[in-house]
Write a protein that binds this ligand. Structure first.
Ligand code: MRU
Length: 349
């Protein structure tokens, strides 16, 4: 049985234990969660984050919550289970892995109609474990495919954090760099700091440093300069939802990186598991973009407010990169190329 440190069950399996990502890189703090409200808050506040990791979290969360319902009749159990699932699903709208994982857990319940809830629990446990195990395998395969594009000395620019803690192991966008380091291949990285929540500064540079990758942190507005200087050979980014036409939602600022990469003739790749591809979503215009609180821009990270208290703020958490800017979408099944309507469809056949 595979396990990961940053999302795991407690020893008696009645709680969910997570590494609080908001405390990194300064403190490695673990939290024990047992109520639906605590779990909702952990997703909302980005204590647990990154599309695949949110899916893994949701699977184990539903197993933990289901234990509190085991005395009910099947009907009560199924109805309360669906209610809790909808509640967790409402915490963040953009990453499709959340609803995808919750649907898998709900399917276990609906496929065992009439069974005693206590007998459904081990099946839910197994499904959550399968979501984790599959993600570990997918991230490893994505990392191999990404690494096949790179050669010794190459430098990859990345945005946000699509590393081990955003997934299960290795990660997606920075998986090839971590795998490369394991294989002794000398690769370099620029990590965009990723305003406003600094996933690049706090998490990506921490993970790449720990993995022994030569990483340089830059502010988001420095990407153009390092590209112009010829210091970047590839851009690798993660994804929160890939639409059927290849348009891709990822952390705010990603589409700007793609536009710059196009201008400088640098290949721009999106890396993600097939669980992040939403074939029911025709284009990027159909992706709901999460809007977050102005405090993340105005006051967070600062000793005193850095903007007038009354000033209006626009704080979208993600943007959509047009599929025409994407050189390839790297999944566990290989590298999809344009036309994406065809290559993505082929993945599911
Ligand atoms: O708001 P976050 O930190 O959850 O946003 C995360 C990203 O945008 C990642 O790039 C994406 O989820 C892929 S993680 C493998």
């Amino acid at each position: 049985m595979q396990t990961i440190d940053h999302v795991r069950l407690s020893a008696d399996e009645t709680k969910l234990v997570i590494l609080d990502q908001t405390q990194l890189p300064n403190r490695e703090t673990y939290l024990e969660l047992s109520s639906a409200e605590e779990m909702y808050e952990a997703i909302k506040k980005l204590r647990v984050r990154g599309a695949p990791c949110i899916g893994i979290f949701a699977g184990f969360a539903m197993f933990v919550l289901a234990q509190g319902l085991k005395q009910s009749t099947y009907e009560e159990f199924a109805s309360k289970f669906r209610e809790l699932s909808a509640y967790l699903n409402s915490s963040r709208p953009t990453a499709v892995n959340l609803s995808w994982a919750l649907r898998r857990m709900e399917r276990v319940v609906s496929e065992h109609a009439g069974m005693a809830p206590a007998e459904i629990l081990p099946l839910l446990r197994a499904e959550a474990q399968a979501i984790l195990d599959e993600d570990i395998a997918m991230c490893r395969a994505i990392s191999e495919h990404g690494l096949s594009l790179l050669k010794d000395g190459d430098c990859v620019l990345t945005h946000c954090n699509a590393g081990p803690i955003a997934t299960s192991k290795y990660g997606t966008a920075i998986g090839p760099l971590i795998l490369g380091a394991e294989k002794g291949i000398k690769l370099k990285a620029f990590a965009d700091e990723t305003r406003p929540l600094l996933q690049g500064a706090r998490l990506t540079s921490w993970e790449l440093n720990n993995a022994g990758v030569d990483v340089t942190l830059i502010c988001d507005n420095m990407a153009s300069m390092v590209m112009k200087n010829g210091w970047v050979q590839f851009c690798f980014v993660g994804c929160d939802r890939v639409a059927a036409n290849g348009d891709t939602a990822n952390k705010i600022g990603t589409s700007g990186v793609a536009i710059l990469a196009k201008h400088y003739g640098i290949p721009f790749y999106v890396l993600g598991p097939t669980s992040t591809i939403d074939m029911n979503c025709p284009t990027g215009d159909d992706i709901q973009i999460e809007l977050r609180e102005p405090e993340e821009i105005k006051t967070m990270w600062y000793r005193e407010p850095m903007a007038p208290a009354s000033v209006k703020c626009f704080n979208p958490s993600f943007d959509v990169t047009d599929h025409r800017l994407i050189s390839g979408i790297i999944t566990e099944k290989g590298i999809c190329r344009a036309p994406y309507t065809e290559s993505l469809t082929a993945l599911f056949q």
